[in-house]
Design a protein around this ligand. Structure first.
Ligand code: C5P
Length: 413
């Protein structure tokens, strides 16, 4: 997380004092923090305290001529990798949910193309009020992330939900958010030109699957979902209507994408079949090849008979099933995660699974691909192999989507 830029909006709540510690914790981890202080926030902490701890100028005024001359509010919000609101008051959340822009903080939230993480803090009745809950639901739907609030004693003497999450909890949420895709594409309906996938439906699988052994144990793999989620996001940015079927991951749902959460390979197949028909199917999930034939209803116990034998059975192959289905999408893309003979295996897979294109990559531990942010891929089609340089997963996603759009156009679909 070193070098990441956080724009921290400090709202008007007693928890604002904890935001001073949050600034220190973020900076300890190598992140830079630029603070925006609302009028309410300045009743609780001073701009001087925030400026001293952040080492940067603190922004307070919407119409500050000197600040506008150097950096308009649009740049201020776009110059960040993540926006954090801590404390996020009921008023700030209500403004953001309504799209109001009558002060610097609310204007930044409306103008930003960066993901926002809110740490709510308010009296428990304010938090539980249907109006606040409605606003939170709206904001979640718009892609805002939340951490807390926690239950606890409140400054007002009551007990319940409304306490702002602790600084280290917020730091953990910041790190999780930064591990995902924090750029929010323009909603296509309002962007200048229709994207190259406008009017098309794309189904993407992503992440690992978890196959239960007993109620507490499961078989899994190291897939993070970063590549598949980035592909879904890039497809949405290109104007497609996208369904993302995701196994258990910690990266956030991409904005503007319908995300279906599943656990097992069989659930994933069912969700994919439910999402068809589609124009493009992209199988980026690392689906478990096997599951325990008879998962146990009770936790397996150590016993005199020694270690248990797990009777494995094969999972359905989602990619092959979709590629052979009567409703086969015109373009079917698979991934080949290999630890050796990457291209050879990918070519065999192309034929065996009846795909149009295989994105092959080396996932041996030395490659750092599994869980990492970059990927070196080879595009394998019946016409040949094309190797791309090592690229951030988001760029791999954008290039892949551009390539698929070109293929669709060529085929005249
Ligand atoms: O055979 P292998 O697992 O290497 O194939 C990888 C490709 O097949 C990936 O695109 C993956 O999403 C897909 N796959 C699938 N269902 C499975 C196994 C793999 O969709 N059960």
């Amino acid at each position: 997380m070193k070098g990441k830029r956080i724009l921290l909006i400090v709202g008007g709540g007693i928890a604002a004092y904890k935001s001073l510690d949050l600034v220190r914790r973020l900076r300890e981890r190598g992140m830079s923090v630029c603070a925006v202080l609302t009028d309410g926030g300045s009743q609780f902490v001073t701009p001087l305290a925030l400026a001293s701890l952040s080492g940067q100028e603190v922004h307070q005024e919407l119409f500050s001529l000197t600040a506008e001359a150097r950096m308009g509010h649009i740049e201020l919000s776009r110059d960040a990798d993540l926006i954090v609101i801590a404390p996020a008051t009921a008023d700030l959340l209500a403004k953001a949910a309504q799209g109001l822009a009558n002060d610097l903080a609310s204007t930044l939230l409306l103008a930003t193309d960066t993901r926002v993480l809110a740490a709510p803090s308010m009296n428990l009745r304010m938090w539980l009020h249907p109006a606040t809950q409605r606003n939170v639901a709206t904001l979640r739907g718009d892609g805002m992330l939340f951490v807390g609030p926690n239950d606890g004693d409140m400054a007002c003497g009551e007990f319940g939900p409304g306490r702002m999450a602790e600084p280290l909890e917020i730091v953990a949420a910041v790190e999780a958010a930064l591990a995902g895709n924090t750029a929010i594409p323009l909603p296509m309906a309002q962007s200048a030109a229709p994207g190259p996938l406008a009017g098309l439906r794309v189904v993407v699988t992503s992440g690992p699957t978890h196959e239960p052994i007993d109620p507490v144990r499961y078989i899994a793999n190291r897939s993070s979902g970063k590549q598949g989620h980035a592909i879904a996001q890039a497809a949405a940015a290109a104007g497609a209507s996208v369904v993302l079927v995701s196994g258990p991951v910690t990266v956030p749902d991409p904005a503007g994408v319908e995300t279906v959460h599943v656990e097992t390979a069989r659930d994933m197949l069912e969700a994919v079949e439910g999402a068809l028909p589609a124009d493009i199917f992209i199988a980026a999930a690392a689906v478990a090849d096997w599951r325990v034939g008879a998962a146990l209803a009770e936790k397996l116990k150590k016993g005199a008979s020694g270690p248990p034998t797990l009777g494995l059975v094969e999972n359905p192959d989602i990619l092959a099933t979709v590629a052979q289905a009567a409703r086969r999408p015109p373009l079917v893309v698979g991934f080949a995660a290999e630890t050796e003979k990457v291209i050879e295996h990918a070519q065999a897979k192309l034929a065996r699974k009846n795909c149009d294109l295989i994105v092959a990559n080396d996932v041996s531990p030395a490659s750092g691909v599994m869980g990492g942010d970059a990927n070196t891929v080879h595009l394998v089609t019946k016409d040949g192999v094309e190797t791309w340089p090592k690229l951030p997963k988001q760029e791999v996603a954008q290039r892949l989507i551009a390539r698929l759009a070109a293929l669709i156009k060529e085929s005249g679909a």
